[in-house]
Design a protein around this ligand. Sequence first.
Ligand code: GRG
Length: 304
Amino acid sequence: MINTRVTFDTLQSLYSSKIEAYMLNVIDQTIDDERAVLNDAIRHSLLNGGKRIRPLLSIASHSLFSNKVDQILPLACSLEIIHTYSLIHDDLPSMDNDDLRRGKPTCHIKYGEDIAILAGDTLNTLAFEILATHLDSFSDSSVLTIIRMIAKNMGIAGLVGGQVLDIKSSNSTADLNHLNNLHQKKTGALIQLAISSPAYLHDADPGVIKELELFGSHLGLLFQIIDDILDVVGDKTMLGKSPGKDQVLNKLTYPGIMSLDDCRKIAEQEKNKALDNLHRIETIYHYDTKELLAILNFTFDRSY
Ligand code: GRG
């Protein structure tokens, strides 16, 4: 019998080349000889083999409503561009001070801190330019809605606010609620937006949007718990960055406040809650969630 199960590898082989081509094209259009070093720094950080989980999530969520993948690429790639800006800035000496990212020297190691800061700034604004310009398959009002949501959640209410909590927290001040709140903002907000934004663009039933948002929130926490576990048990080749950094920096992490077994238990709880959301989307609203399921399984299985 033919195995029709969709896996993360299936999604990568179906969609990665489209994602890479879209981002390459966007960067090529901004090429400017006078500022070649900035373009080099952007290419180095953006086009360098990330897993592309966030764009794949947007494509997977869009697949509930349409099979026209090209329509959603501007959103999918904008979110990967924002993610890349956040990684460049997170790696800076004044933040996590990392030398290695995706198996290569970090942006500031290769191009200097000044250019790395500017590359991050450029990517952040480029993402919003793409969102405002290229989502032409959707209504203006739905595009405005998601731009507003993304802008809000990439600022103090989400990514930046979560990063501040991360910098200013340590394991000695930790409890699970604080940790969940921090990661819901820092990592979860972008993941949640990748999943919910396509539904807003398609003016989906509010019940479906709610389930997708809850799914995104559970997947976001699961993603961070697994990332924390991998920082303890992973190696440099697998992670593409130095392991053990969280402990060196006295970061507030899940393994910092509980055993690895307990981390895996709460990861499993988040996975099961996310599965319940998918089940309801399938049974109540009759959408096919196999692509979202593939990404959920991949995220959970990474630390085993
Ligand atoms: C500097 C404003 C600002 C925010 C930084 C996201 C973030 C906030 C920092 C990243 C630090 C970090 C390693 C967080 C853990 C979760 C995470 C984002 C991991 C990396 O994402 P992957 O695994 O990486 O999707 P690839 O390389 O595959 O894209």
